[in-house]
Each structure stands twice: as structure tokens, then as C-alpha cells.
Write a protein that binds this ligand. Sequence first.
Ligand code: OFO
Length: 168
Amino acid sequence: MLSKKIEQALNDQIKIEAESSQIYLAMASWAETQGFEGVASFMYAHSDEERMHMLKLAKFVNERGAHAIVSALAAPPVSFGSFKEMFQTLFDHEVMVSQKINDLVDITLTEKDYATHNFLQWYVSEQIEEEALARNILDKINLIGDDKGGLYLFDNDVKMIVANTTAQ
Ligand code: OFO
């Protein structure tokens, strides 16, 4: 059984993951309208991953005898300025999510809920990967700046990242 405090904290995280999925979906759509197919498919895939993070939490909450809540979500931005700004937003967002996961892990320790603590370790590792990937892409795009040819090659590079991660 989950304590009310843990149930609330997990439901807050469900909302964050659902909002992450919406943000990346908005990024995918914006990138697609700019003709950047590789970046768009990366963002569509990332959006699906966030939905999976959300569902994994929701199932855990219900399995533990509590109730996963599907709540209203904040609307994501419509456009993102430049690709550099967009990937900076993505990186900052992942850092924020990591912080939220850390806070959640902290609550499980004060509540002595070791089952939830154990369950959350998957998210702790996932956040390390997500931050590393976002940092890697951000480093690349910072090198390119606004160079059109560079952005074209970057888009192809990102397409390869998607192909490699979906092939795993
Ligand atoms: Fe759910 O990991 Fe990104 O936000």
C-alpha cells in the first residue's frame, strides 16, 4: 500500500512525464514544419518514450492499491526559436526532471517506502542517459551555430541516433 504522501508525489511525477511527452511532441511538429526530418523523428520518438515513462508510473501506482490520476496538462510552446534554443530547452527540461526524480527518491526514504525506492532506480538511471544524450546533441549544435550546411548534416546525424536507438 502506498502512503498518501507517496501517492501524491508519484501522481505529480505522472503529470511531469505526460507534460514532457507533450513538449517533445510540440518540438517534433515544429521541427517537421521547418523541414528537419531527422530532428522531427528524434522528437516523436522521445515523446513516445516520455509517454512510456508516464504509463510505467501509472501502472505501478495502481498495482500498489492507489489511484493514478490523469490530469490536465500545461500547453507546450508552439515554436522554439532556433534548433539551438530548442535543444537547450530540452536539456534544461531533462535537468529539471532529474531533480524531480531525486526529490521523489528522497521522499521514499523519509517515508521508508523501499519498494517505491527500488522501483524509482530505473528512473534514476534513465535520467543519467537522457541528460547525457541531450548534452551530446547540445554540444554538437553549439559547434554548428546557424550554419545551414552544418544544420543539414546535423539533421542527418540525429536521424542516425534515432535509427540506432530504435534498432536496439
Ligand atoms: Fe521521462 O525522462 Fe525525459 O523527461
